[in-house]
Design a protein around this ligand. Structure first.
Ligand code: CA
Length: 403
């Protein structure tokens, strides 16, 4: 029976694909007048939309929900690998005059700009070579993020009409991120910077324009030069996580009074103590612990991921020599995968801790529910969904079923 269905699907596939293309033509017919109404020139509308066809591999990528969650320590090995550090240090020595000028103009530490550059595009080497218009039009037609993708397409038209970029230069990732900075079109328009003053914002071929654009983004997001981004810390053994709010910032002086020390053994600087910071335990109570500062929030405007932010920070610290995270990662307690997360959510629900509708994605509601379970059962309240805590929740379900 299964084989019969597969054969049937294969036989119908061309028909289905054609039907999907028909849907694309409908979307195109609907979008074209709106692009015109936005003020795009007829030449640009034609250059963008004439003969455009969807890219079904973009739909595949957009629907791909990986089962496996890569442990942060493995991600960091790649993000701040020896090769990426070495290549970044070379770029720094090649471009040092320009980097100093960008740092001066925008007030953003250049090591961070180079680290972002290294993570976004391997220093310009990997920018994605898909047609951005085609990728975004496919995402708009598919519909999951239609408004977002259409807004990017309107921005693309302005990029072309303003003379910032040519239609055939508009290449990037399947998700619409472009150039050495991997900016989406709206970000390009809002934050792109023309560093060499030639009237174009060339984030594809011009390193100065690319890094100045990143600097402008961070500057507008409130970056503060020479201020801390992340500091690795050590929690005292007795530190009580019961009242910890992962999203709550406190003055660093308050963390210090609660016994938190710097992992490198240095004393707190007076101006650091006066800054607000958040306690972050990306691998739970047993793993390395960090305080993140307002500059880290600015980095989140680039890419709203704690792993990414820690990766950028770690890479930026390694350019100038030996630097490593000191805490031990819990190799025996990797993050749980998607199906385990679904089971965890169902389990927490059954035990009376509401994670919202189970969906296999570990978000703030699931974390809150897990912290409730940890609090009631005497575990460190770190909200970390690793294998160890997963087994504990499953054991509690079995115990409840036996009663
Ligand atoms: Ca330029």
């Amino acid at each position: 029976m299964t084989r019969f269905i597969i054969v049937l699907i294969c036989a119908l596939w061309p028909v289905m694909a054609e039907a999907q293309d028909d849907g694309f033509a409908d979307w195109l017919a609907d979008f074209r007048p709106r692009l015109v109404d936005s003020g795009a020139s007829p030449e640009t509308v034609a250059a963008m939309l004439d003969g455009l066809e969807p890219d079904l591999t973009v739909v595949e990528r957009d629907r791909d929900q990986p089962e496996f969650v890569r442990p942060l320590w493995q991600y960091l090995d790649i993000a701040a690998s020896d090769l990426r550090v070495r290549n970044g240090a070379e770029q720094i020595s090649t471009h040092n005059g320009m980097l100093a000028a960008i740092e001066e103009r925008f007030g953003v530490d250049y090591e961070i700009l180079v680290a972002i550059w290294g993570l976004e595009s391997s220093y310009g080497a990997i920018q994605g070579d898909r047609d951005i218009v085609r990728s975004l039009a496919t995402l708009a037609w598919e519909g999951r993020r239609r408004r977002w993708a259409e807004a990017q397409l309107l921005a693309v038209a302005r990029m072309i009409d303003n003379g910032y970029a040519n239609r055939d230069e508009l290449r990037g990732s399947w998700a619409g991120a472009m150039g050495q900075t991997q900016f989406i079109p709206e970000t390009y328009l809002a934050r792109g910077a023309d560093f060499d003053g030639d009237g174009r914002i060339d984030i594809w071929n011009n390193v100065g324009d690319a890094l100045a654009s990143s600097a402008n983004l961070l500057s507008q997001a409130g970056w503060s030069r020479n201020a801390p981004i992340v500091i690795e810390i050590v929690l005292p053994e007795t530190f009580d996580l019961t009242s910890w709010d992962p999203n709550g910032a406190r003055m660093t002086a308050e963390w210090s009074m609660r016994g938190i020390r710097r992992a490198d053994g240095a004393d707190w600087q007076a101006d650091t103590l006066m800054q607000a910071s958040r306690l972050v335990l990306p691998a739970g109570r047993r793993g390395p612990a960090f305080l993140t500062f307002p500059n880290f929030r600015a980095l989140m405007r680039y890419n709203n991921s704690t792993s990414y932010g820690i990766g950028v920070w770690l890479l930026s610290r390694r350019f100038s020599g030996e630097f490593a995270i000191r805490g031990e990662w819990p190799d025996d307690d990797p993050p749980i995968n998607r199906s385990q997360t679904l089971a965890l959510q169902q389990g927490l629900l059954d035990l009376g801790f509401d994670p919202g509708a189970p969906d296999g994605l570990f978000g703030p509601n699931t974390r809150r529910a897990l912290m409730g379970f940890q609090r009631d059962n005497g575990y460190p309240v770190d909200g970390y969904a690793g294998r160890v805590m997963y087994d504990q929740v499953m054991a509690a379900i079995s115990a409840a079923a036996d009663d």
